[in-house]
Design a protein around this ligand. Sequence first.
Ligand code: ATP
Ligand code: LTN
Length: 330
Amino acid sequence: MNEKKRILSGIQPSGDLTLGSYMGAIKNWVALQDDYDCLYCIVDMHAITVRQDPPTLRRRTLEQLSQYIACGLDPKKNILFIQSHVHQHAELSWVLGCFTQFGELSRMTQFKDKSKKHADNITAGLFTYPVLMAADILLYQADLVPVGQDQKQHVELCRDIANRFNGLYSDTFTLPEPFIPKMGTRIMSLGDPMSKMSKSDPDGCVFLMDKPEDIMRKFKRAVTDCEAAVRYDKDAKPGISNLLSIYCTATGKTFEEAEAEFEGQGYGVFKPAVGEAVVELLRPIREQAAELMRDKAYLEGIYKEGAERASYLAEKTLRKVYKKVGFVAR
Ligand code: ATP
Ligand code: LTN
């Protein structure tokens, strides 16, 4: 019997993966792969909630898979798959949408932010996005969902939907918990430390595939303040605090250690030091991902096997759900 707890998480191929995606999500996924039964997906169906260029989406989906593996996710230990390859996601999403209130979805901050950003294209898909995410999680009876802070609200909504369904039809879904790392939970843009580093907003982003010289340039230009003291104070010094978070997550040092290391030194020393730590962190990832992209047959083998294994698990849940809501068995 498998006694490991189940984990599911995903990232949209809506842009190239960033340092935020790595530090806020993938790094933690890697840390969990030995102790949990993990499924990690590329949520391409979520990506089309805002307009995507089809060839770019296809390319990014494969690149994201190669970057997952290069970051340390072992395809033998985890189920790695592409969301649209497992048709049960869309099917469960429809059912769950019938157990979700309009008011609940209206309160989601990601919807409010994204509908402001894409004011000319506020689709029903963007609005019901969290329902599809709930389906992703509940299909696999996940116990834990490792995400960054910004996704906590969606996981909570997922729990509410699951609870409601269980209450109406008897226990069907495991109630998932968000699993949020302490460090690196919210990496901010280097150009604007008040907004999240976000792959669909390339300004201020460091991408996993950036070349060392680009990474160094971005860190040297990072927005700071005029106090010239390397000290963690999120409210008064958001830029420096963000750089400290990045530095500590990249090197494994504590804030105290880093503050002591740069005591009495100006930002002219600190900023390149953060850049170098990130260059070294990303170098092996970039090199391995580029190599994997040259072996399309290998990647195809991984995502096909992943979809098959995921689909087997997903079908068990979907069948139960269809029966409980009263659909006639096929
Ligand atoms: P988009 O710009 O398309 O919304 P995004 O860059 O904000 O994308 P997501 O795909 O929404 O990233 O997020 C993937 C995962 O990475 C989520 O678990 C999210 O919480 C986490 N994450 C994303 N950006 C950051 C960040 N800047 N800091 C910490 N975690 C992040
Ligand atoms: N909504 C998430 C991506 C996402 C996800 C999921 C995360 C879609 N489905 C299931 C965890 C579990 C985001 O925007 N980062």
